[in-house]
Design a protein around this ligand. Structure first.
Ligand code: LLP
Length: 416
């Protein structure tokens, strides 16, 4: 259940017809469902008895303040990768003591801010980052809570751009080197070793790579314990996949239970960093067909959303369902390429889609709640779309449509 369903022959977002949203707010527009976000979060949070679990939503997936606020109200933690994301979490009412700070390139000012507000843990990705964090914490006279992000060298079996757990990736510390790095971390006076962290990739549709990674990480935890370093939490990162097409990813509850069982009687709190599995199927991108252009070779439907609004198809050849908002039989079914107005051949949201289309029709790109708006840009000086959140029969503007004035405001011509 993702709360975008057909009712009386047209697409609804919860209790609001998508066509009425398009009428009121224009297109293109992102539309999120509060109920879906809540349901997807609870799918993780409500399941575990007998072990502490902290679900740190990966802010990068969708960082709109209202999305973060909905999750903060449920008591969520947050996984951030920049000081900017930290400020969003704080603004949205998130609890700093439930924030984990990931990322390979944390700057000193970002570390300082995170220490000032008291984040739960830094997921440290290199030996040199340890020294930087130790120095910044020393200046502030505090101890920085750390986990090392280890790279367990497992193949997540996902797209190469979003696979992160292999040796050749830039992420984490080679698991074979981790004991030595932990031993050194233990000698640094301003660090407090809390946990171990890994994240092996995104859009995983089977639990087995997670279990392989977990086995390697648990072996490390046991080895560290023997050398007197006691790990209190285990952060397995994010990565659980969603259904874009016909993928059948594991249910969060089954995944969490499998982790719990494999960890066994070790006294470890579990931390997870899901992004996509909470946000993706809680959002759609609505767009209108501007022109139909049938050539000898292809049929193009030129829509008002483009690669700058949703870059996943262009960047990863990602497939997202594109469905009519008001299905009709008034046109012959043809196979369409759905392309935007941007001046690039790669500007498409879908290819080879059988649809009955007339100019002016509304379409919804599904599964657009994660890595959608957050990866949008102003390429071709296009205003970014608004973000709207449906809550029952209400629609809230949670980010207004950008204007040309917004875009030009930071820029200047040279002096006369
Ligand atoms: N934790 C860390 C350290 C991560 O790097 C990521 C995602 C997550 C958690 C959340 O992973 P998720 O549960 O969302 O899979 N732009 C790409 C996805 C990039 C994911 C990057 N890291 C896409 O549109 O498919």
């Amino acid at each position: 259940m993702d709360h975008f369903n057909y009712r009386d022959g047209e697409l609804y977002a919860e209790d609001v017809s998508v066509s009425s949203i398009a009428e009121r707010f224009g297109t293109p527009a992102y539309v999120y469902s509060r109920a879906a976000i809540e349901q997807h979060y609870k799918a993780y949070d409500d399941v575990l008895k007998g072990r502490k679990l902290l679900v740190c939503y990966a802010v990068k997936a969708n960082s709109n303040l209202a999305v973060l606020n909905v999750l903060a109200r449920l008591g969520a933690g947050f996984d951030i990768v920049s000081a900017g994301e930290l400020e969003r979490v704080l603004r949205a009412g998130g609890d700093a003591s439930k924030v984990v700070f990931s990322g390979v390139g944390k700057q000193e000012w970002e570390m300082r801010r995170a220490l000032e507000v008291g984040v739960r843990c830094f997921n440290v990705e290199s030996d040199t980052e340890l020294d930087r964090l130790n120095a910044v914490a020393g200046e502030l006279g505090v101890k920085a809570p750390v986990s090392l992000r280890v790279n367990p060298d497992v193949d997540a079996g996902t797209h190469p751009y979003i696979s992160t757990g292999l040796k050749e990736n830039k992420f984490g510390i080679d698991i074979t080197e981790a004991p030595a790095v932990y031993a050194r971390a233990a000698t640094l006076p301003n660090l407090d070793i809390q946990g171990v962290d890994c994240h092996i990739g995104s859009q995983l549709i089977s639990v087995s790579p997670f279990m392989d990674a977990l086995d390697r990480v648990l072996a490390l935890v046991d080895e560290l314990a023997r050398s007197g370093i006691h790990i209190r939490h285990l952060d397995m990162g994010g990565g659980l996949g969603v259904t874009y097409h016909d993928e059948q990813p594991p249910k969060p509850s089954d995944y969490v239970r499998a982790l719990h069982e494999r960890i066994g009687d070790r006294k470890l709190e579990l931390v997870l960093e899901p992004g996509r599995s909470i946000a993706a199927n809680a959002g759609i991108l609505i767009t209108r067909v501007e022109f139909l252009k049938c050539t000898e070779h292809r049929n193009f439907a030129i829509i008002d959303a483009a690669m700058n609004d949703l870059i996943r198809p262009a960047l990863y050849s990602a497939w997202q369902a594109i469905v009519p908002v008001q299905p009709h039989l008034d046109a012959e079914e043809k196979v369409w390429d759905l392309v935007g107005p941007v001046c690039e051949t790669g500007d498409f949201l879908g290819k080879d889609r059988p649809l009955r289309l007339n100019a002016g029709d509304l379409l919804a790109v599904r599964s657009a709640g994660a890595y959608g708006f957050v990866m949008s840009s102003n390429y071709n000086t296009r205003n970014r779309p608004p973000e709207l959140m449906v809550d029952g029969d209400q629609v809230h503007v949670v980010r207004r449509r950008e204007t040309i004035q917004d875009q030009l405001a930071p820029e200047n011509c040279l002096p006369e």
